[in-house]
Design a protein around this ligand. Structure first.
Ligand SMILES: [Zn+2]
Length: 533
C-alpha cells in the first residue's frame, strides 16, 4: 500500500521528545510514517524544516477579517491618523461610516479628538477602535446619533469619558462601546463569511492550521447572534481555511429547562455545549469577561497602576455575578475561558474555579484564563494546582510592552504575560496572539516569547523568557492541549492529523534574534498542501 503524499529530504521537528525525522508520509488526512516510504506523490523539501501546523489559541477571526477592510490606524502620530481618516473620507459619501482600527494612545500621545475628526471628515460618521478592542472613539456625528453629543449616559461596566466641563470626549470604554455596536450589529452572515475566509487565508500563509476564536454571538465582541451560522456556512462552502474552535460569549447562555437531576442550569437551546462539532469546526468554551485591558488601565488590579496613582481599573460586572456565572457554567458542563488581565480579576476567577471544583468535581476540564496578564507568583502556583490553563500572548511583550511597563512599573514587569514561570510550575501553556489586538504571525509571537524585548527595545520581564523549542511547543502542542486536542494534533507522530508548517529554518535551533525572520514556505492541512509561497 502506498502513501498519498511523501514530504522528503526534510528536517522534521516532531516535538515528540527531541526526535528529528527525515520525512513525513501522509495517507488521507493522517501521518502514517516518519521515513521514506512509497507514495503516489513525493515532494523534495530540499532540507527545509517541518513543524506541526501552528495553533493560535486565542484570536478574533471575524473581527480581524473585517478589520482588513477598515482604515489602518497603526500609525506613528495623531497627524498621520487624521490624514488616514481624511483620505478615506474623500472616497466615502456624505453620511457614510468611516471605521478604523488599531490605534494606541500610548504611541500617539493622546486619543483622537472628536472635534478634529469632525473637521477632517465632515458629514461622515467616524468610529475608531483602540488596538486593545476595549475602547473606541466616536466623532461628533456619531455621538449625536447616540444622543450623547453634549452629555454622557451611565453604562454599567463601561464609561462614556467626559472632559472637565462634562462634555463627552468621544472616548467610549468597555461596555459603553455597546452603544455603537447596537447601531451596526448584526453583521450579515455573508459579510462574516467573507471576513472569516479573508482572515483564514492570511493564517494559512503564516503556517497556522488551527485557531480558537475568542468569543462569538454576543457581548461587545460578537458580530451577530447567529455568528456560528457564518462559520458553518463558510465550512459548507469550502471557505473555512483553518480548523476553528468557537468560544461562545457568556451572555448568550441562558437558563434552560432540564430535569433537576441533570444539573444543567444555563446553556444554549437543546443543551448544546463545549465539545459539539468535529475536527474542523467545534463549539469551545464559554467566554466570560471579568475585566478590561492593561494598557487601557481598565483591568482590575489589587495595587495601583504605576503611572496613574489611585487607579486600579474595574471589573466588567459585579463580582458576585461573575462568580455565579463561572459556577453555573461549570456545573452545566461548559469549559470556562475567563478573560482576566489584572491580578484582582485573576483572584476572582481562581476563587470561582476552586469553589466550582469543590462543589462539582470535573477532573481534567481545563478551564482557561485568557491573558493571565499580570499574575502574582502565588497565582501561578494556584493555577497549576487547580489545573487551570493560562493563555498569555507572547507578542504583547513586543507590541504593547512599552505601555505595559509604564502601567506596571519595574517591580511588576516580570509578572506580565509570563511563560517561564508557567513552565516551571508544570503548566502546559498555549501560544496565542489575540489578533487583531496585535500582529498575529506565530513566528513573531515566538520571537517575543524568547527575546522578551519591547518594540521600543526595553527588556520586559527578561526572566520570563523561554527557549525557541519551548515557544514552538507552546504554539503547537500547548495550544492543542488547551483545546483537548493533543491526541490528534500538536506533534508530528504516526496517527495524528497531517497539519504541518514547512519553514526556512528551525525555531528550536536558529539564533533567538532570527526567529521572526524565518519564512513559512508552505502549509499542509489534513494532508493537503493548502498554501505555498
Ligand atoms: Zn481577545
Amino acid at each position: 500500500m502506498k502513501a498519498d503524499l511523501l514530504l522528503t529530504n526534510a528536517r522534521v521537528r516532531t516535538l515528540a521528545g527531541d526526535a528529528v525525522a527525515p520525512a513525513v508520509a501522509i495517507w488521507r488526512d493522517r501521518i502514517v510514517a516518519l521515513e521514506d516510504v512509497p507514495a503516489h506523490r513525493t515532494i523534495d523539501l530540499g532540507g527545509a524544516v517541518v513543524t506541526p501546523g501552528f495553533h493560535d489559541a486565542h484570536n478574533h477571526m471575524a473581527w480581524y477579517g473585517l478589520s482588513l477592510d477598515e482604515v489602518d490606524l497603526r500609525v506613528p502620530t495623531l497627524e498621520a491618523l487624521y490624514d488616514a481618516v481624511a483620505a478615506r473620507a474623500t472616497t466615502s459619501p456624505e453620511g457614510a461610516w468611516i471605521i478604523g482600527a488599531g490605534y494606541d494612545e500610548n504611541k500617539l500621545g493622546a486619543h483622537p479628538d472628536r472635534d478634529v475628526l469632525d473637521r477632517v471628515a465632515p458629514g461622515r460618521r467616524v468610529w475608531l477602535k483602540h488596538t486593545s478592542g476595549h475602547m473606541c472613539v466616536a466623532n461628533g456625528a456619531l455621538l449625536a446619533d447616540l444622543g450623547i453629543a453634549d452629555a454622557p449616559v451611565d453604562v454599567p461596566g463601561g464609561l462614556v469619558v467626559v472632559d472637565a466641563a462634562g462634555r463627552p470626549t468621544g472616548l467610549l470604554q468597555e461596555q459603553a462601546q455597546q452603544l455603537l455596536n447596537r447601531l451596526v450589529l448584526p453583521y450579515p452572515v455573508d459579510a462574516l463569511v467573507d471576513a472569516i475566509e479573508r482572515a483564514g487565508r492570511v493564517y494559512l500563509s503564516q503556517g497556522i492550521t488551527s485557531v480558537v476564536e475568542a468569543g462569538v454571538g454576543g457581548g461587545w465582541i460578537g458580530k451577530s447572534p447567529v455568528e456560528v451560522a457564518a462559520y458553518q456556512r463558510a465550512r459548507d462552502l469550502g471557505r473555512l481555511p483553518v480548523r476553528v474552535e468557537l468560544m461562545v460569549a457568556s451572555d448568550v447562555l441562558h437558563p434552560v429547562t432540564a430535569h433537576a437531576s441533570d444539573g444543567i442550569d444555563i446553556g444554549l437551546d437543546l443543551g448544546i455545549r463545549t465539545g459539539l462539532g468535529d475536527d474542523r469546526l467545534r463549539i469551545g468554551p464559554v467566554k466570560i469577561f471579568s475585566d478590561g485591558s492593561l494598557i487601557g488601565h481598565t483591568c482590575s488590579m489589587t495595587e495601583d497602576f504605576a503611572d496613574t496613582p489611585g487607579e486600579r481599573g474595574y471589573l466588567q460586572d459585579d463580582a458576585g455575578a461573575l462568580r455565579a456565572r463561572i459556577l453555573d457554567a461549570h456545573r452545566s458542563g461548559w469549559r470556562v475561558a475567563a478573560h482576566a488581565i489584572g491580578d484582582a480579576a485573576i483572584d476572582l476567577v481562581l476563587d470561582a474555579v476552586e469553589e466550582a471544583q469543590r462543589r462539582c468535581p470535573r477532573p481534567d476540564v481545563r478551564h482557561r484564563i485568557e491573558h493571565f496578564g499580570v499574575s502574582r507568583p502565588d497565582q501561578v502556583a494556584r493555577a497549576a494546582a487547580l489545573g487551570v490553563v493560562p493563555v498569555p500572548q507572547g507578542r504583547f511583550v513586543g507590541e504593547i510592552g512599552d505601555g505595559m511597563l509604564r502601567a506596571l512599573g519595574p517591580e511588576r514587569a516580570g509578572w506580565a504575560y509570563r511563560y517561564r514561570s508557567l513552565l516551571d510550575a508544570g503548566i502546559t501553556p498555549p501560544g496565542s496572539s489575540d489578533r487583531p489586538v496585535v500582529e498575529g504571525a506565530p513566528l513573531r509571537g515566538m520571537h517575543d516569547m524568547v527575546n522578551r524585548l519591547t518594540d521600543g527595545g526595553q527588556p520586559c520581564g527578561a526572566e520570563e523568557a523561554i527557549s525557541g523549542l519551548e515557544a514552538l511547543t507552546a504554539y503547537t502542542l500547548g495550544s492543542a492541549y488547551a483545546s483537548h486536542a493533543e491526541r490528534d494534533r500538536g506533534t508530528i507522530e504516526v496517527g495524528k492529523y497531517a497539519d504541518l508548517a514547512v519553514l526556512s529554518d528551525d525555531p528550536a535551533t536558529v539564533g533567538p534574534t532570527a526567529i521572526r525572520d524565518i519564512e513559512v514556505l508552505s502549509t499542509v492541512l489534513a494532508g493537503q498542501v493548502v498554501w505555498e509561497r
